[in-house]
Each structure stands twice: as structure tokens, then as C-alpha cells.
Write a protein that binds this ligand. Sequence first.
Ligand code: NAD
Ligand code: UDP
Length: 324
Amino acid sequence: MAEIKRVLVTGGAGFLGSHLCERLVSDGHDVICLDNFFTSQKTNLSHLLGKPNFELIRHDVICPIHLEVDEIYNLACPAAPGHYQFNPIKTIKTSVVGSINMLGMAKRCGAKILQASTSEIYGNPEVHPQPESYHGNVNTLGPRACYDEGKRAAETLFMDYHRMNKVNIRIVRIFNTYGPRMHPYDGRVVSNFIRQALTGQDITIFGDGSQTRSFCYRDDLIEGMIAMMNGPDDFVGPVNIGNPGEFTIRELAELVIEMTGSNVKLIEQPLPADDPTRRRPDITLAKQKLGWQPKVTLRDGLKATIDWFRSIDLSHYRPPTPNF
Ligand code: NAD
Ligand code: UDP
């Protein structure tokens, strides 16, 4: 049997974090989930709460905490534009101060630590598809900067703790990921379109819908993240984890309408500031170094996601709690 580790997942109650906790618990590890529930709810974890190898701590990563662990997955951070722009100062503090606190813990315990970074590092990219060597094109002053620059600074902190203090780090750059347990009111494109189609509301296309994204199903993403954590110590990243299939937002809307059997219309709304015009991961490095590549097609992933949205009661979900 594989070695049992004490694993901390920050942001473990969220969309990706709850699936990661689930996977680590089922692999037999001793899992601690730390979350302040800013964009999530305990129901994401209710099936894990009684398990002897699972523990839940309500805590904000901005505040120091002492725990003894072998591995840390640092996911705590609001991820959807509506969530991270809700309180932008808090968002950048979460990435920067939260990373300092978690890196300090990793240094003290000798733990390995993985940062959930993002394709937003590349901003509105001038290089397409985006390889890890591209340094990006981020507007430091715009409404997305609290997230993008927070995540960029977090990557810098990870590399500096690695170089200065020999902390064993990993950095994954996650591209748009979707699936069951996304917050139905997070405003992200997949959750918005499915919720709108299922509730008979017109689908809101921002701009003319010609901007592109590459959508990764959450199971593929979790596999990639775990492969990176368990990968060779001389490959710390950053590594892109995403699905290279590229779709326009209009194509996504049409697919959701077809798959839900809905008869809603598409309506255009203004494009938000600094909205990237295209995005597609170059995953050559992940294939070479980790033997990882995504397996789930957009159609199959959307089917599972639509089925989940049909099964939930939307009145149980609230927008984020004010947290100034
Ligand atoms: P999510 O909002 O569902 O999860 C984030 C979790 O972090 C939530 O449970 C939230 O309550 C928690 N959190 C936020 N601020 C916190 C704080 N100060 N202290 C403690 N907990 C805090 O989002 P997600 O999609 O699951 O994203 C998880 C991570 O992956 C994030 O770091 C995000 O930046 C990164 N990521 C996600 C995507 C994606 O497409 N889903 C893409 C790129 C990067
Ligand atoms: N988008 C859209 N309608 C919506 C929500 C999003 O057209 O109701 C667009 C958005 O402008 C962006 C893309 O879909 O071009 C992806 O948006 P999302 O917020 O999911 O992720 P991000 O912009 O961070 O990649």
C-alpha cells in the first residue's frame, strides 16, 4: 500500500478543493481541509464529514496557523471574476499573505507544497497557444489585476522560498475548469450558461462571443494536480494543466442549448474590461514530464455537469458573504 500522508488542502471546500479532498480521502490519506467558506458551503463536503481520515477547519489563510503536515495543496482563493472582484483587496491578500503563511508552514514542517496558479498569469495573451515560457500580458491596473497579479506574486513567492529556503514546491497553472459542484451563481461561463438554459433564462454572451477558452473537466484537472504533486522533485513547474480543445464562447452557448434541449435565446451584453480574447494551453510539458493529458471531451464533461445542475436545488446557494 502507498504511504499514508497528512495532507492539508486550503480552499478544500470549494469546487476543485472538495473533489481533491474526496480523492485524497479515498486514497487513504489523513486530510485536513481549511476554508473560510467565502465562495463555498459545507454541503460540498457533507459526505466526508464523518470519515475518520478527514478533518475540517474554518479558517482564513490570511491569518497564520500552525499544523503539522507532509503535503499542502494551496487552493484558497476566489476563482470566478465576480467572486474575486467582490473584494479585490481581500483577493490579493489571500494570494499573497495566504501563500506566505502556507510557505512558512511548509518550511517549518518540511512539507511539500503545491500552488494552484492560473492561466490568468498570461493575461490577454499575445502568444497562442500559451507555453509556460511565455511571461504574459497582464494589465496591472484593471479589475482582473487583483487576481492575476496576486497569483503572479504567489508564483514569485513559491520560487523564492524554493531557492532561498529549499522548500519543495510545485506550481500548476490551471486553465478554465468546470464540472459538478461549481457554484451555480459564480458567474463563470459554464455555470451561467447551464443555469440559464435550465431555468429558461436567455443566455448572456459577453461581447460578440468570438473570444475563446479551453475547458478542462474537473476529473482530468485533479489527476493532473496529483500527478504534479507526486512527480519528480527536480520538476517544480510551472506546468500548464488544461484541455487544449479551444472553443468560442458562442460555440459553447450553442452546445449547452443543444444538450439541455432548451429553447432560450442568446443575448449579447458588454464585454467586461480586460477579458482575454483567446486562451489555449500548450500542454507539451505536462505530457513529457508527468505523462498527463486530459481524457474527457467537452461534450462528455458538459453532460455530467448538466446532470448535476439538474439535481441541485438552486435556493440552497447564496452569493458570497461580504467579507471586508
Ligand atoms: P472556488 O471559489 O470554488 O474555491 C476556492 C475556495 O477557497 C472556496 O472554498 C473559498 O471559500 C476558499 N477561500 C477563498 N478565500 C479564502 C481565504 N482567505 N481563506 C480560506 N479559504 C478561502 O474556486 P475553484 O474553481 O475551486 O478554484 C480553486 C483554486 O484553483 C483557486 O486557487 C483558483 O484560483 C484556482 N484555479 C481555478 C480555475 C478554475 O477554472 N476552476 C482556474 C485557474 C485557477
Ligand atoms: N462569459 C459570457 N457570458 C457569461 C459569463 C462569461 O460570455 O455569462 C464570457 C466571459 O466574458 C469570458 C468567458 O466567457 O470571455 C469566460 O468567462 P469566465 O468568467 O468563465 O472565465 P475567465 O474569463 O476567467 O476565463
